[in-house]
Design a binder for this molecule. Sequence first.
Ligand SMILES: [Zn+2]
Length: 571
Amino acid sequence: MIRTRLSNALRALTLVGTGLSLLGAPLAAQEPEPIEAGVAPPFGRYAPGVDVLHYEVEIGLGYGTDWFAGRVDVHVAAEDDGPVLPLDFTGLTLEEVAVDGHPARYDHVAGVLRVPLEAAEEGDRVIVTVVYRGVPDDGLILRPNVHGAPSAFVDNWPNRTRFWLPSVDHPADKATVNYTVHAPAQWKVIANGAQVGAPVSAADGAIGPDGERLTWRWEVGVPISPYNMVIGAADMTVQTVGLAACGQAPASRRDDGCVEVTYWVFPQDVERAEPSFRRAAEMVDYFTDLFGPFPFEKLANVQSATRFGGMENASAIFYSEQAIASGRNIEGTVSHEIVHQWFGDAVTEENWHHLWLSEGFATYFGDQFFEAADGEESFRRLMGESRQGVINSSDVERPIYDPAETSLFALLNANNYPKGGWVLHMLRGIVGDDAFFTGIREYYGRYLHSVADTEDFQAVMEESSGDELDWFFSQWIYRPGFPTFDVQWRWIPGEGSTGTVEVTVRQIQRDSWPTFRVPTEIALEGPGGSSHHEIELLTREEVIRIDGVKARPSRVVLDPDGWVLKGDGGR
Ligand SMILES: [Zn+2]
C-alpha cells in the first residue's frame, strides 16, 4: 500500500470520531467490545491444526445504514484429530455457529471465536458456518463518501478483516473466496476475482437491511490472504482502460485470455481520475514481462474509503477517495499497487514482519515502470526521493526485519518502503541484471499463491547468482543504518605525465551501525573523459591506489552510477 499523507490521516481521525457516535444505536448495545487492531501476534504457526481452504461469504448491505448482516461458510481442512478452529472475529453480534450444518459449541473471547471440531480427523474437510450482524467498528467502512453519498468499503490491512468477516486473519492462511453481496439497487459492487453473471434482484428475506437491493456475485479461484479479501459498494462509474497480459493470465476467465483493467470511481470524479489510470493496462503488461504471468482474474482500480493512499487488494486495488477527488495525479501509487499484485498479493510475506518483501518490491519496481516509460531520469529522481526518505528517517535506527516491533501499523516505515527498495537496487547492482531478474522471476514462480520469508528470497537469489549473500542480507536486512562515506584523494605524480591517484574512503556513519561491505566503483573524471575502477570497501578506512593514471583527474567520484544507498558524506 501507499502510506497515508498526514492530511488524510487527520481527516480519517475526524471520521472515526463520527463513527463512534453510532455506537449508541440499539444494535450496537449488545455487541462485544472490539479488540485493538494492529497488535502483532506471537511468531510461529498462527492457527495450528487447521487450514482454511475456502470462504463462502454472504453480506447484506443497506443504503446509508450503519449496520450490515453477514454469513460465512468456512471450509476447513483438519491437520490434526479434533482440532479447534480459532476464527478472528470482533465487535459484532453472533447469531449462529454451526459445524457441517449442526449447531455447534463455541466460545468467543477477546476477539477469537473458538469452534472445536471434535469429530474431525486429520485430513477431514469441515464446513463451519457463522451468522452475524451489527455495526462494524472497523474493517467494513459504512459512511458517506467524499461527496456525501452513502458507501460501503472494506479496508483490512493489517489484521482488520476480523471486524467484518470471521476468518483466520493472518497472511499465511490463504484461501479461495466467493462473495454474494446484497446491496442497494443504485450501487455497484466490486470485489476480488471474477464477477459471476449480472446482478439480480435480491431474494425476499436476503440478509441485511430492507430496501430495493440487487445481489452481486464474485468468485476468487486462487487462494488469497484474508487481508486482501474486499468488497466495495457505492454509486460508481466503471471505465475500461484496456486489456492486458493476454495469454499471460492463467486465472483469467475471458475467452481471449486477457486481464480486463478498469477503474471504478464516483460519478463526480470520472474525469479527474482518468490521468491516474490512463497507463494502468500498460503497467500490467510491463510487469507481466518483468515478473511472469498476471496472477488474478482481472484488475479493478477503485476509489474507496481506504485509510491508505492505496491498498493493493488482490485484483481490486482500493485508492484513497480524497486523493482521487482532489484531482491529483496518483500514477506513482497506481504503479506501486499494481506491482503488489505479484509481490504482496500473489507471493505474500509469511508474516507481517517480512513486509519489505511486499513494500520494498512495490516501491522499487513501481519506480521502474517510469524508467521504462518515461526515461532513466524519472527513475533516478524517484530513487533520489527514496534515498532522502531513508536518510531523513529515524526508522533506520532499527533494522528492516524488526521482530521486536509489536505494532503492525508501525511497520509502515522507511525501512520496509524506501530502504527495502534500495536493498533490491543494491542487490541488482551486485549480482547484475541477468541474475537479478532471473532470481526475481524464479522467486515469483516458486512462491506463487503461497508465502515466503526473507530467507526464502535470499536462497533464490543465491541460486540465481551463484553468490553467497549472507553478508549482504545480514548488513542490510538484519542490521540498522546505512553507510556514510568521507572520500579524500590526492595526486601523486609519477614518470612523465602519468601518476597515481590515492583515494581514502572512510565510513563515518555512527559506530553502532555496521561497517558496510560495499562492492562499488571509483570514477576518475578528467578533461579526457572518465575511467571506472572496481573496488570493494570492507573496513572503516580504506586506502585505494590507482596507478598509471594518464593525467591528474579533476574529480574523483565514489559510486558514480548510484548503486549504493549512502548518507550525505564529505566529498
Ligand atoms: Zn505498498
